[in-house]
Ligand binder design. Structure first.
Ligand SMILES: [Fe+2]
Length: 270
C-alpha cells in the first residue's frame, strides 16, 4: 500500500444482478415517522408500490423524528418510540430484501447523543439491513455483457457506483442545497450518481468532470447524476413559522440499464 493510496473506513454495499436487463431504484428518505406531521398513508403507499414493482429502495435517514430531549418524553409528540420502531419494522418487513441500506440521519444521531440509542440502527438490526453512518458507497452491477459480437460468453456487468449520505446543515436557498448535492457527487473520483436527503427539497443536479485516460492519451467527460430526495413531512407549524416552503411532493425513479451503461431518472409525483 503506497502513501497516496490508503484504504478508508467507508462502507461499501455491492450488489450484483446478472439476470436483470434493468434495475429500478426508488430511494426514500426523511420519513420522520414519529412526528405528528409524518404522512403515514403516503409512506404505506410507497411500500406497496415497491413491493408490487419489485423496485430497489433505500432509506436516506431521518426515518425517525425525535431529536430534542423534551421530544423524548412520553405524550409529547407523535408516536411512542417503542410503537414507532415496531410499526416501521413491520411496515418494511415485506420489502426488506428490496432495501439496500439504511442511512443514519441527524435526527437519529441527535437522539443517540443524548440517550445512547440509535433508532435507525435498531431498525436496520431488526430488518437485517446494512446501517450506514457518514458516507456510503453503493455499487450496483447489472446485466451480462457480451465480449464481442461472435463470442457467446457473457463476461462483464455494467457497474454503477454511487455515493449516499443523509445531508447536513441548514442552507435555505435552492442554490445552497444544490451545491451540497454537487459536492457529494464530487467527493469520490469515479462516482456515477449520488443521493442525499435532509433538505426536504427534491432536485436533480447533474454534473460532469474531466477524466484523463493515460492509455489512450485522451480526455473524456464523466457524468454524475446527483439526486436530492423529498420528505414525507406535511407542512408543519415549525416550517411555517420559519418561513419555509412545503416540500414539493416529487420522487425520483432511477433506472440503471443492464445492456449499455446508462442512467435514466424519472421525476414523478409521489
Ligand atoms: Fe435531516
Amino acid at each position: 500500500m503506497s502513501n497516496i493510496h490508503q484504504s478508508l473506513d467507508v462502507k461499501v454495499i455491492q450488489k450484483s444482478f446478472p439476470e436483470a436487463r434493468e434495475l429500478y431504484l426508488l430511494p426514500l428518505g426523511d420519513l420522520h415517522w414519529d412526528s405528528r406531521y409524518s404522512n403515514h398513508s403516503l409512506i404505506e403507499r410507497k411500500v406497496a408500490e415497491i413491493k408490487e414493482n419489485n423496485y430497489l429502495t433505500l432509506l436516506i435517514g431521518d426515518t425517525f423524528d425525535k431529536l430534542f430531549f423534551s421530544w423524548l418524553l412520553k405524550d409529547q409528540q407523535g408516536d411512542d418510540l417503542n410503537v414507532a420502531l415496531t410499526t416501521v419494522a413491520n411496515l418494511f418487513k415485506p420489502i426488506r430484501d428490496n432495501i439496500l441500506l439504511i442511512m443514519d440521519g441527524n435526527h437519529e444521531r441527535g437522539m443517540e447523543k443524548k440517550v445512547g440509542f440509535n433508532m435507525g440502527e435498531a431498525l436496520a438490526n431488526v430488518l437485517e439491513i446494512p446501517f450506514i453512518r457518514g458516507i456510503g458507497v453503493l455499487h450496483l452491477r447489472v446485466g451480462k455483457y457480451r465480449k464481442n459480437q461472435t463470442s457467446k460468453s457473457f463476461s462483464r456487468m455494467n457497474s454503477y457506483v454511487g455515493l449516499v449520505a443523509h445531508g447536513y446543515g441548514g442552507g435555505r436557498t435552492k442554490g445552497a442545497k444544490a451545491n451540497k448535492a454537487a459536492a457529494l457527487g464530487d467527493v469520490m473520483e469515479n462516482c456515477d450518481f449520488s443521493i442525499m436527503g435532509h433538505v426536504h427539497d427534491p432536485n436533480l443536479i447533474p454534473n460532469s468532470r474531466l477524466v484523463y485516460d493515460p492509455q489512450r492519451k485522451t480526455v473524456y467527460a464523466r457524468e454524475i447524476r446527483n439526486v436530492i430526495l423529498s420528505s414525507f413531512q406535511n407542512y408543519s407549524n415549525y416550517a411555517q413559522e420559519s418561513f419555509m416552503r412545503p416540500s414539493p411532493k416529487l420522487e425520483y425513479l432511477i433506472r440503471f440499464d443492464g445492456m449499455y451503461k446508462n442512467i435514466e431518472i424519472l421525476e414523478r409525483r409521489m
